[in-house]
Design a protein around this ligand. Structure first.
Ligand SMILES: Cc1ncc(COP(=O)(O)O)c(C=O)c1O
Length: 346
């Protein structure tokens, strides 16, 4: 039996999502067609758009369906000379001047919010940022569904989300913009999405996204993520007690309730990921692998960790679908791997 502890990377489809997509398979029409089949497809899509907007607290804002955050970010950032910090996901970073300062907790200073992009929560550490009013754009991908927020109250112009982080399908997401914001289409062609994103819409993906967004909203309102936070705290207490030299990145500041980024300097993150995989647990390493060369995480380096510490990072990210038992079994497995490593490196 495998235990999946990598919910920040992606999530399994929720049952409600599968049901919504299965129902959607019966829809025949193209949302742009004027006949009854087309109007039925359009109606289902617009209902889904309202559901996504409601879950995001973005009623009255424009929800433009895209293939996910990467596309949404490109639409508003490409060629604009926007500023960001190196802690951003590469989907944002690739378009920006990466010159904003980051402190040892991963908190970013934003001198000119209108010309900046700042993530609400970091995918590696879970660190949550207070977004300054008037911020140009924010990557909301990791925060959506895990912590309550309302787009309408964040005071930002644009936000990016991906459905697969909250139990929806992969390859669908949205760009959310304040109504009336000028957004030039990147993918041109038909006039879909008010001329801002050409191409026949991914209706099945959209229906799955809406079901995921509503389910996530209900879960948050029911307080299930408070239980996740308590479970995560208990896990960190155990791991830090077993490995007194270990560090949890960002532990001193507000974080997502489900994320632990653990550094055990000297013990390679990749090694830990492989050992845990063999023991039946999926976690991820906090370092990025590019062209066969393992690099330390830029996020952790920006927070002041040296290469050896940064390369030891693992990320454990849980969800309300996991119980105490699964998390405890992971802690057991990690602790015994740690004591073997410590005995060898003593
Ligand atoms: C914070 C953050 N931004 C952007 C992305 C990219 O999302 P997608 O690959 O769905 O476009 C991810 C997911 O990997 C993420 O965690």
């Amino acid at each position: 039996m495998r235990t999946y502890l990598d919910w920040n990377a992606t999530t399994p489809l929720r049952d409600e999502v599968k049901a919504a997509m299965r129902d959607g398979m019966e829809i025949v029409g193209n949302p742009s067609s004027v006949h009854s089949e087309g109007r039925a497809a359009k109606m289902a899509m617009e209902r889904a758009r309202e559901q996504v907007a409601a879950a995001l607290g973005a009623e009255g804002a424009d929800v433009i369906f895209t293939s996910g955050t990467t596309e949404a970010a490109a639409m508003v950032l490409a060629g604009r000379g926007v500023h960001c910090a190196v802690v951003e996901h590469s989907a944002v970073k690739v378009w920006c001047e990466q010159d904003l300062a980051v402190d040892s907790n991963g908190i970013v200073s934003v001198p000119d919010p209108a010309r900046a992009s700042l993530q609400l929560a970091n995918n590696e550490t879970g660190v949550i940022q207070d977004l300054p009013q008037g911020l140009g754009s924010s990557d909301l991908t990791q925060a959506f569904g895990k912590v309550p927020f309302a787009f309408n109250w964040l005071g930002i112009t644009a936000g990016f989300v991906s459905a697969h982080k909250l139990g929806g399908p992969k390859g669908i997401g949205a760009l959310i913009v304040k109504r009336g914001t000028d957004v030039e289409a990147m993918i041109r062609g038909g006039g879909q999405e008010q001329g801002r994103r050409g191409g026949t819409e991914n209706l099945l993906g959209i229906l799955g996204f809406a079901a995921a967004a509503s389910a996530a909203q209900r879960e948050l309102e029911a307080g299930l993520w408070d239980e996740v936070a308590a479970r995560r705290e208990a896990l960190e207490d155990r791991l830090l007690a077993a490995a007194p030299g270990a560090i949890v990145a960002g532990k001193a500041v507000k974080r997502l309730p489900n994320t632990t980024c653990l550094l055990t300097s000297g013990w390679k993150g990749e090694t830990q990921v492989m050992q845990m995989d063999l023991a039946g647990f999926a976690i991820s390493a906090g370092s990025a692998c590019s062209s066969g060369k393992v690099r330390a995480s830029g996020v952790l380096q920006a927070m002041g960790f040296d290469d050896k510490a940064a390369q030891s990072a693992i990320r454990i990210s849980i969800s309300p679908a996991l119980g105490d038992d699964q998390v405890n079994r992971f802690a057991d497995a990690w602790e015994s791997a740690y004591s073997r490593w410590r005995d060898r490196n003593g």
